[in-house]
Design a binder for this molecule. Structure first.
Ligand code: 9MR
Length: 748
């Protein structure tokens, strides 16, 4: 048979179609087959998958001949290749029908520890991948996966990609099958025991509550046991009826009167025993640091050192080293500007390689706010290259991003001088996995926007007051940039980033900027005390509006960030009593939602439609409760924060902690091009302390659409790397887990 190579990376594709994975995940959220009638006859698509006396019609890459031995096919895989697709075995001319389910199975063995990337995909450009899995090999094993095709084609292939190894190895294959017309797999999440707790820790003197999923309508007895299994407290559950956010009938358990510190506690009710948890504060002291250490590993433009992050070392991304095209000399999209900018550095926004000023803004704001509001954060060692200098590590880390934001400002003398470019990212979407240093795409600056400019104004104004003690020149530079940006935004109040500009990166389109004006004016006023900014605050419609909506603040709505800072930081704005009262009123709203919620969630989205990044919204609403506590000293707001975190750490419908490495079962496979262990066992999972986006009712990605169709609220989440709509990681989500865990760590 003709030998055929796969010339292009199969993952050089729009991420919309890059991945369909049916893998059983590390968290135990497993795909479970449920018996449903087959749609049609089951039809084998692969010819001669048993390699009976010939290898035809399979092909292999040039220089890697197939040999038949003991009824299977084997190859000597050459060493020294770079990409997985550099050497492969496969079969072409396979027909797939969109919407039909297929069972892809094979027996494989290989040199221990080597990896095969088994795919079903398009055999011709643009090489879409319909399904992939990358098992680690050893002795012969049977592998079997079911997926549903999302396209029809007569030009599909099954292929076994074997490249990327420095040293040569051996691979053998048998019984390759792609069976069409099989029953689709019904995804049923493995939610473990029906007693749901904060799997990390309850604070000794804090509230302590759990949720029991049960058919029972009358109260049930519960028991709290210590690590030795002895009953240390008991009581009766409170039936709460059907919870709208999950559709489950639930009871709650209140065990706040038990306060003895310890590890390995469990709660038992209705014949089920919860996952273990601690009573203590230490985990939050660790998390406040881990959540901040996340930002170093997101850095662009610098090598990540193994000495500082064992297991996470990688070369510098987007410096001018091939195949990167580098961020040192980036032009605009065609027709947008006639200059280039050096925008090296900053943090990668998320699992993509883009850098976006609006999302940089809210993230920087929140971390600098942590610095201002929670003084213990100033002393944390984040184990970063700058550790040990005389500047607090938190400020050094944030400066990495601030410098990037400042570099995104249009230079004097150019059209729209003083405005900020909305974003910089790849020209086309790339697939996964892809280390930042391996991204071959050209980078482009996108048009300026009023929102980005005001994000720069707000955060540079914040920086001006915060960095003053450590670097007065930098503080002055930041203040000048903030003033210039604010004036430029006032002169160009309607430069809205296009909601259609979403190829190669996200849009972050923000069509309402009155909130950003208010926030920027607030930060400039707090820093300078000047009347011009005071006048703008008082004239803003946001100043008297209820800014505490379903979610308090996010990249798209920033008024509450301004309101919180006016209420809590020293300033002489007239009418501060009303400003502070408005924060307390916002907190009352979230507290009432939380008290009505049997999982203790102070987030009640309209029509139970959970937002993209809901984990961060739940946390940001807790920031408002924390603010109310700090303003009034009232314990009910503090208890609200402590109750609210339980949901994040496992007291939820899925029984999962949304923070990697925290809790017995936690999110591990967040969508990322470089923490892509689910796709390549040689890569790491996200570092401990990484927050997953969480339930998103709109399930925009294909994995969520295949697995979660019809999901109710809290169930709209899957810990799969392909689910970018429910399971990404981002800088603006790790900022709130950092802020809230830091606040909690300070409470005991
Ligand atoms: O978090 C963002 C969410 O609020 C938006 O609805 C969504 C669509 O624009 O984009 C999300 O942000 C993504 C960004 O556009 C690109 N980097 C990854 C971000 C998280 O998914």
């Amino acid at each position: 048979m003709p030998i055929q190579c796969i010339p292009m990376p199969l993952w050089e594709r729009s991420r919309k179609f890059a991945i369909l994975s049916a893998a059983v995940t590390l968290t135990g959220v497993a795909a479970v087959a449920v018996a449903v009638p087959a749609l049609a006859d089951e039809v084998e698509q692969v010819v001669n998958g048993g390699f009976d006396s010939t290898t035809d019609p399979f092909w292999s890459s040039a220089g890697m001949p197939m040999t038949l031995a003991e009824g299977k096919v084997c190859v000597d895989v050459p060493g020294g290749t770079v990409n997985r697709w550099d050497v492969a075995i496969g079969q072409n001319d396979i027909e797939l029908i969109a919407g039909e389910s297929y069972r892809f199975s094979f027996d494989a063995s290989g040199t221990a520890g080597k990896v095969v990337r088994a795919i079903t995909g398009l055999a011709v450009a643009p090489y879409d991948t319909y399904f992939e899995n990358s098992p680690v090999l050893g002795d012969t094993q049977h592998y079997e996966y079911t997926f549903t095709a999302n396209a029809s084609t007569e030009q599909a292939q099954v292929a076994f990609q074997l490249g990327g190894s420095a040293d040569p190895w051996q691979f053998c294959l048998d019984n390759v099958s792609l069976l069409g017309g099989v029953p689709p797999e019904v995804y049923v999440p493995d939610t473990g025991p029906r007693v749901r707790v904060n799997q990390v820790a309850y604070l000794p003197n804090g509230p302590k509550a759990a949720t029991v999923v049960t058919e029972a309508t009358a109260a049930l007895p519960w028991q709290l046991k210590n690590a030795a299994g002895a009953v240390v407290a008991q009581g009766s559950t409170a039936p709460r009826g059907v919870d709208a956010s999950s559709g489950q009938n639930v009871h709650t358990i209140n065990f706040k009167n038990f306060s003895r510190r310890g590890t390995g506690y469990t709660l038992t009710a209705d014949g089920e025993t919860s996952r273990p948890f601690d009573i203590g504060v230490d985990a939050y002291k660790k998390l406040r640091t881990d959540a901040l250490k996340f930002f170093y590993t997101q850095r662009s433009g610098i090598e990540i050192l193994d000495a500082l992050r064992p297991g996470y070392a990688r070369p510098a991304g987007h410096v001018d080293v091939a195949p990167n095209q580098g961020d040192g000399n980036v032009p605009c999209q065609p027709g947008v500007c006639d200059y280039t900018l050096d925008v090296t550095g900053g943090w990668y926004d998320a699992g993509d390689h883009g850098k976006y000023v609006v999302n940089a803004g809210i993230s920087v704001w929140q971390l600098l706010n942590e610095y201002e509001r929670l003084p213990a954060s100033r002393k944390l060692s984040l184990t970063i290259p700058e550790s040990g200098n005389r500047t607090p590590d938190l400020l050094d880390e944030v400066r990495w991003e601030l410098d990037f934001m400042l570099a995104m400002q249009v230079p004097a003398g150019k059209p729209f001088a003083g405005m900020a470019h909305h974003k910089i990212h790849d020209k086309e979407w790339t697939g996964l996995p892809l280390l930042p240093s391996q991204d071959p795409q050209p980078r482009e600056l996108h048009p300026v926007s009023t929102a980005a400019t005001l994000n720069l104004a707000a955060t540079a104004a914040q920086a001006a007051r915060i960095y003053k003690t450590f670097d007065p020149a930098y503080a002055a530079q930041a203040l000048a940039a903030a003033r210039t940006a604010y004036a430029a935004a006032k002169a160009n109040p309607d430069k809205i980033a296009s909601p259609d500009d979403g190829v190669g990166g996200g849009t972050y389109s923000d069509n309402k900027v009155v909130d950003d004006f208010y926030w920027a004016a607030a930060e400039l006023f707090i820093t300078t005390g000047e009347k011009q900014y005071q006048a703008d605050i008082l004239a803003s419609p946001e100043h008297t509006a209820d800014v505490f909506g379903a979610g308090a603040f996010d990249w798209g709505y920033t008024a509450a960030a301004g309101r919180l800072d006016l209420a809590l930081l020293p300033n002489k704005l007239p009418g501060l009593a009303a400003v502070r009262q408005s924060v307390v009123a916002g907190a009352e709203k979230y507290l009432a939602q939380q008290q009505a919620h049997p999982y203790g969630v102070g987030y009640a989205p309209a029509n139970n439609m959970w937002d993209w990044g809901s984990s961060s919204i739940v946390l940001n609403n807790l920031v408002v409760l924390a603010a109310a506590h700090d303003l009034t000293g009232k314990a009910k707001y503090k208890d609200g924060v402590l109750t609210g975190i339980d949901y994040i750490f496992g007291r939820n419908a899925l029984n999962i902690s949304y923070v990697t490495g925290y809790g017995e079962v936690s999110a591990q496979n967040q969508h990322s091009r470089w923490y892509a262990r689910q796709l390549d066992p040689n890569l790491p999972n996200p570092p401990p302390g990484t927050l997953a986006g969480g339930p998103n009712s709109s399930i925009q990605d294909p994995v969520a659409q295949e697995k979660l169709k019809g999901c109710v609220g809290q169930f709209c989440y899957i810990d799969d790397i392909g689910s970018w709509a429910t399971n990404e990681l981002t800088i603006n989500w790790n900022a709130p887990i950092s802020w809230v865990s830091a606040w909690v760590a300070d409470q005991n």
